[in-house]
Design a protein around this ligand. Sequence first.
Ligand SMILES: NC(=O)c1ccc[n+]([C@@H]2O[C@H](COP(=O)([O-])OP(=O)(O)OC[C@H]3O[C@@H](n4cnc5c(N)ncnc54)[C@H](O)[C@@H]3O)[C@@H](O)[C@H]2O)c1
Length: 698
Amino acid sequence: MPELVSYKKHGAIGVITVNNPPVNALSPGVPEGIYESLLKGLSDPAVKAMVLTGGGRSFIAGADIKHLGQQKSPVAMKWRDEMERMEKPVVAAIHGFALGGGLESALCCHYRVAVPSAKVGLPEVLIGILPGGGGTQRLPRLVGPKTAMELIVSGRHVPAPEAKALGIVDEIVPENDLVGAAVAFAEKISGVRPLPRVGDKSDKLAEAKADPGMFDAMRKKIERRARNQVAPYRCIDAVEAAVSLPLEKGLAHERALFDELRQGEETGALKYVFYAEREAAKVPDVPRETKAQDIRSAAVIGAGTMGGGIAMCFANVGIPVKVLERDKETLDKGLAKVKRNYEISAKRGSMDPADISKRMALITPALSYEEVGDTDIVIEAVFENLDVKKEIFKKLDKAMKADAVLASNTSTLDIDAMAAVTSRPAQVLGTHFFSPANVMKLLEIVRGEKTGKETIATAVKLGKRLEKVVGVCGNCDGFLANRTRIPFKIEMMALVEEGSLPEQVDKVMYDFGYPMGPFAVGDLAGLDISYATRQRRAKEDPANFRADPISDALVEAGRLGQKSGAGYFLYKEGDRTPYPDPEVAEIIQSVSRQMGVKRRAIGDEEVLHRLLLSSVNEAAKILEEGIAYRSSDVDAMWINGFGFPRYRGGLMYWADHTLGVPKVRDTLHEWYGKYGGHWKPAKLIDDLANAGKAFSDV
Ligand SMILES: NC(=O)c1ccc[n+]([C@@H]2O[C@H](COP(=O)([O-])OP(=O)(O)OC[C@H]3O[C@@H](n4cnc5c(N)ncnc54)[C@H](O)[C@@H]3O)[C@@H](O)[C@H]2O)c1
């Protein structure tokens, strides 16, 4: 086995290289190896300085999350502080990522050089903890408490050029010769004394002494975003300690806060999600080594809401994409909207204006199937109508090159029915993006009965390239995500029919952690779209049709949502705040009367449990049918597709950890007795309860 850490002399410079693939995490053995190498360099009179770097594709990308919270060795506890105090300079040579414990290590080096593509950051908050290796004490000394707080509380990755501007990195070196450049840099500074030690710096801390209100201002700023969470606030507390305490005491304070967080519920949930998101892309019978095509070009059919967004996903990562429409006018309109979306992003500062033309240049308009035939994948995103989609798949089957993947973005329709009209069902699958496609992280990959393993592997690889959280599931009405979401939607209307009001339901869900309440989301999407779908379904499929008399009454009263200034809520000109509206309450009460329902007061807990448990039950049925592979896939999808609060671990994790399966079972049985219908408990839930198991065991 290769050594975890190697040490080699380049003239008078000792080069220490971490070799712990894939990302050189600080697993047990790594700190010890670095420390031993440092001692070699220190005791060798011929060595004037040292370089600390990572082998393979990265510097140290962070702590080893598997070992988080375990007792560290005495060396692991002290090596960084000792390195900072050493009498020979150490230069961190950074490529790939220096995140968390990786950046904390680099901050204890005396200098830092990085290649332009490198990224640095302290993302611990994203798994519910804080940087516990001195990061909250040293970063403020280097960049000032305000910037440090922004970086630590957001956990964002900072590109090397920005890190240089902030003073985190001393020099940007050529991409292709990191070690050579770092050795040259080390030679250049080897005689400088006293050594620059981040822990000794204090000038930047003065900023906070002049503005002591900055910490409370930050607490106020994150109030909405970080509600119900602890870690972001502890990050602020720790940075505040960097200003008020000397280094050693500050480090001890950081450690105490870290220890408190690492035992908390928040980090348990967030670490679980970290793994759930990785697992969701794995399919039990599709082995890792399955051949996956490299997608070099793509086509999208339909330039509507979804088609335009999907085209942006490709252009954003540099993959050329052709967009096909029925006629030139619709096509031009669709692409103009894409351009407008990019312009809005540039205006908001989330994109470089120079990139607009670069990305638009990757999007080519097309009006005939011949023009798209040579692309590696085509994604159909036309109206949600099976006959229309089948016609398109017939045309694609004729036009597309032999090995192309044929995908549909349908939200609910049968993938097998589309595959069946082609001569290559093994190359057909669903790639279900969420709206807006260029923003939402989830990509649900739907596997048809005949979809080939290579096709699945190709779509998964593409999804990752598009920077999506990928979840794979089988083919059923609504697939995994939307099918589990439907009972939630049915219950939210049932609650208002029985006695609740939109403002109560929305407040409960907002307080739970959703970015918006479900009724406000409905107003944002527009109530007329689902109204039209209901009108159609009532005619086409009356047996399975579920009426929604309240939403119908609102639409018929001209309340279409935000776009008409009123929906479930009232909106003021230029203000997106949803205001409760007595007129809505009247309409709701009158519908309840017509339905013969005697309205009652409904408690907040019942609101929450009815919405979520109806979906938990449906998810259990999907797991039972084998359409979903694991319970945690549901969680990854609800977090990334529907805004379920990440720090609650996802729908199924929440059920496991707040109620537990036996209580879920009892409640479902009680409500099935009362309401019937979709409350019929999944057999899986009874089985799990009887076996003393949790959803996470599935
Ligand atoms: N809107 C959403 O929130 C959402 C989310 C996920 C999935 N979807 C699914 O994505 C698909 C598209 O939805 P949308 O909201 O973008 O619809 P949309 O109405 O905004 O766009 C559909 C586009 O397809 C075009 N089109 C129709 N027939 C065509 C044909 N024969 N050839 C070429 N173009 C044709 C239309 O001109 C229109 O521009 C649907 O299957 C829908 O269920 C929608």
